[in-house]
Design a protein around this ligand. Structure first.
Ligand code: NAP
Length: 235
């Protein structure tokens, strides 16, 4: 993968930083997307020489344009930046919370993806990975065993929307050879997951699942949803 270039949004900590670390270990140059320059600088410094800070707030059009202007060819875009919310059901949730979460988890992905498409089109093997959540699966949500019936509606519906966009982008970009897939990272010990217990999964394990999708061969899948361990997740 020498000379390949990746961008991970929200890579200053959590699963995103682990993805950046693993991509650098695989021989890539990685832009560490961070909305805060000092947090991103520190994260890139921890990863090593081939990790470079790219200041990028996925909700800010000027920041996205500025970042896209600094990248020539991009082989891999991982849309990882995300925020969670409270556990409310839709009927009790504040509309402002819906808007805030969608702004990052849905509209941010559209804005960043579209801005970096020219750079991805310059790649011989372009890949996009959207970091979704198994809680966004409608098939799982409507199953009898699902633990979150109706709760976390704003976050979970944002990930269901991201899943839909994964399919639509995969179809729209197929002729350009750009593969687009979604990943369910599983429950991980990060700042996003306030209830994370020591027994919850290692973020590095989830990152490995994303890296696998980022490095898919040309005959690999597109427009699909995978768990961190490579097994398919139903939409
Ligand atoms: P995290 O540790 O909280 O990291 C989230 C990252 O997103 C941070 O770098 C954060 O930056 C960044 N971010 C948030 N808003 C942003 C914005 N407007 N612009 C740019 N960056 C922004 O959480 P994580 O668990 O690693 O989450 C990574 C992804 O995995 C998310 O999409 C999340 O929904 C998904 N996920 C996580 C779990 C889990 O159990 N942890 C489960 C399923 C899915 P700041 O430091 O500046 O806030």
């Amino acid at each position: 993968m020498d000379n390949s270039v990746a961008l991970v949004t929200g890579a200053n900590k959590g699963i995103g930083q682990e993805m950046a670390r693993q991509l650098v270990a695989a021989g890539l140059t990685v832009y560490v997307g961070s909305r805060d320059a000092s947090r991103g600088e520190r994260a890139a410094g921890e990863i090593g020489r081939d990790a470079r800070l790219l200041v990028l707030d996925v909700t800010d059009a000027a920041s996205i344009a500025e970042a896209a202007g600094q990248v020539g060819t991009l082989d891999i875009l991982i849309n990882n930046a995300g925020i969670s919310g409270d556990g409310e059901t839709a009927d009790h949730e504040d509309i402002g919370t819906f808007r805030r979460i969608y702004e990052t988890n849905v509209f941010g992905v559209v804005a960043v993806t579209n801005a970096f498409l020219p750079a991805l089109r310059r790649s011989a093997h372009p890949r996009i990975v959207n970091i979704s959540s198994g809680t966004g699966s409608l098939e799982w949500a409507t199953g009898p065993q699902f633990p979150h019936r109706g709760t976390y509606a704003a976050y979970r519906s944002s990930k269901a929307a991201l899943n839909a966009l994964t399919v639509y982008y995969a179809h729209a970009l197929a002729d350009d050879g750009i593969k687009v897939n979604a990943l369910a990272p599983g429950l991980r010990r990060t700042d996003l997951n306030a209830a994370a217990a020591a027994s919850d999964g290692d973020p590095a394990e989830a990152a490995a699942g994303a890296v696998r999708l980022a490095l898919l061969p040309d005959d690999g899948p597109s427009g699909e949803f995978f768990s961190w361990d490579g097994t398919p997740v139903p939409w």
